[in-house]
Write a protein that binds this ligand. Structure first.
Ligand code: SAM
Length: 244
């Protein structure tokens, strides 16, 4: 095994462990971190997705299935949705939530790694991601492979849309946001879940995440034609869009 491969496996295994350890608390901690705003941010992402009238959507890093079920609810079951995640405990919760909330939706959950997806080229006309882009591209040795897989399974002319934390442009707001993450988000996460490693990773990756311009450069370098960004809540988060 090469050193590169070990590094890739280490990163994948530790992220998988982190997300496998917190699913029971994940939704509650998210609500507390964002004062419930994550729900409204996801809803804005769903509206942006539905504007493109997609027929087949892939939700990568679907976690407990919030984005997939919300798309199913707001599209009245007309869209074929696939939720994809490498964490089995997350997918178990996603399946229960979907059965309860949208029992008749055309929604399937599949387990797997985003760097090697079991879908043919151009299988989806839209790809959505909520709060998992950071895990896929930030200091991840598989970042380029994740982006090239996203591009491969997306139809030409199809849209990638994502909601993710971001870096506020204003220096004072950015400093306040980092202080908030370091002092409140990290400790609430640790207190509720008892998992220091998970919340250290989540807090540090949020504080150090790329600027929207840097994210845009990565998408264009991966072969996407256009990139757009819309800030949410003073830039604490944003909606990222790319066109293949
Ligand atoms: C922060 S959670 C976001 C979950 C959900 N999308 C939401 O909006 O709450 C990130 C999810 O991405 C998944 N994930 C991270 N890296 C992945 C990868 N390389 N392949 C597949 N899933 C991945 C994790 O298991 C986790 O469920």
């Amino acid at each position: 095994m090469t050193d590169d491969k070990s590094l890739h496996n280490f990163h994948r295994d530790s992220l998988n462990r982190i997300f496998g350890a917190i699913p029971g608390h994940y939704d509650l901690v998210n609500r507390l971190f964002t004062w419930g705003m994550d729900k409204s941010w996801r809803r804005q992402l769903v509206s942006a997705i539905l504007k493109h009238h997609p027929k087949k959507i892939l939700d990568i890093g679907c976690g407990t299935g919030d984005l997939s079920t919300s798309i199913a609810l707001h599209s009245q079951g007309t869209i074929e949705i696939t939720g994809y995640d490498f964490s089995e405990p997350m997918l178990e919760i996603a399946t229960c939530n979907a059965q309860e909330l949208v029992p008749n939706a055309k929604l399937t959950f599949i387990q797997g790694e985003a760097a090697q997806m079991p879908f043919p080229d151009e299988a989806f006309d839209c790809i959505g991601i909520s709060f998992a882009l950071r895990n896929l591209i930030f200091e991840n040795p598989l970042a380029e492979r994740h982006l090239s897989e996203i591009r491969r399974v997306l139809k030409t002319g199809g849209h990638f849309l994502c909601v993710e934390s971001s870096q506020p442009r204003n220096r004072i707001i950015r400093a306040l946001s980092h202080f908030y993450i370091r002092s409140y988000v990290y400790w609430i996460g640790v207190l509720i879940s008892g998992d220091r490693d998970a919340y250290r990773y989540l807090a540090q990756s949020a504080i150090n995440f790329y600027t929207p311009e840097e994210v845009g450069k990565k998408f264009l370098a991966a072969g996407f034609r256009q990139f757009f960004y819309r800030p949410l809540f003073f830039g604490a988060a944003g909606i990222y869009q790319a066109l293949k």
